[in-house]
Design a protein. Structure first.
Length: 253
């Protein structure tokens, strides 16, 4: 079995790679930082589990890079994990436009392209899994992080639609979405944001995710408080949830 993981250089992606290697997967790890990817490869090699690890340095905000990645591993991937992504903090009119466009390209376009291309391969084989990393943010309005929240809503809705198509076709291919709350990773540093709730560790999130993937669960929501928030989102009106999101997000000085 072979898994391709984007955004694998740190955080959830890195820990997913380690857990999947232990589960018997050969890996294709993708990120912008080749040094960090090589460090991860070295760490996996020290586990003495004889797993192959391909290091691929690519910036997936570039559409052509997404297509090149697919061509390189066409029909070779059993599990695709679209994990690459980042966030920005600030009032919508104040956030740098070029940064937001890069966010949209990474969080939405790359996920869309890789999901579509690898899904076609998997459907031809009638086997395979896709995990799209979204966020509990995708169920909420996102004041002060509007572009990020909206990008994760896109990932959720896209995945929900694909899930139903696969169900109607009785396909053996499965799709899942990971929707964590705050996680203690480099995401918060890059976004220059902190959340007024205790974060989970990326190690816990990764281990929980792999266990749920084995069961082909669609919604993967680690943490009881985050699962409770998911249900609250179904009940309370959007204006109330927008106020909640605003009050739980602040600048990381």
């Amino acid at each position: 079995m072979r898994a391709l993981i984007t955004g694998a250089s740190s955080g959830i992606g890195r820990d997913l790679a380690i857990n999947l290697a232990k589960e018997g997967y050969d890996l294709v790890i993708v990120a912008r930082s080749k040094d960090k990817l090589n460090e991860l490869k070295s760490e996996i090699s020290k586990l003495n589990i004889n797993r192959s690890v391909d290091v691929v340095q690519k910036d997936l905000s570039d559409v052509d890079n997404c297509k090149e990645l697919y061509k390189q591993y066409k029909s070779q991937i059993d599990l695709l994990i679209n994990n690459a992504g980042f966030g920005t903090y600030g009032k919508f009119e104040d956030v740098d436009l070029d940064t937001e466009v890069q966010l949209i390209n990474t969080n939405i376009s790359a996920v869309h392209i890789l999901t579509k291309l690898f899904l076609k391969d998997m459907k031809e084989k009638n086997s395979g899994q896709i995990l799209n990393v979204a966020s509990i943010a995708g169920f909420l309005p996102g004041p002060l992080m509007s572009a990020y929240y909206a990008s994760k809503a896109y990932v959720i809705r896209l995945s929900q639609g694909i899930k139903e198509e696969l169900k109607k076709e009785k396909s053996n291919v499965s799709i899942s979405i990971l929707c964590p709350g705050p996680v203690d990773t480099n995401f918060n540093t890059v976004a220059k944001v902190k959340f007024n709730s205790k974060p989970l560790t990326s190690e816990y999130v990764a281990k929980y995710t792999v266990e749920r993937l084995k069961k082909k669960k669609f919604y993967i929501i680690p943490g009881s408080s985050v699962r409770a928030l998911r249900h609250i989102c179904k009940i309370l009106p959007d204006n109330v949830m927008a106020g909640f999101a605003y009050s739980h997000t602040e600048s990381k000085k």
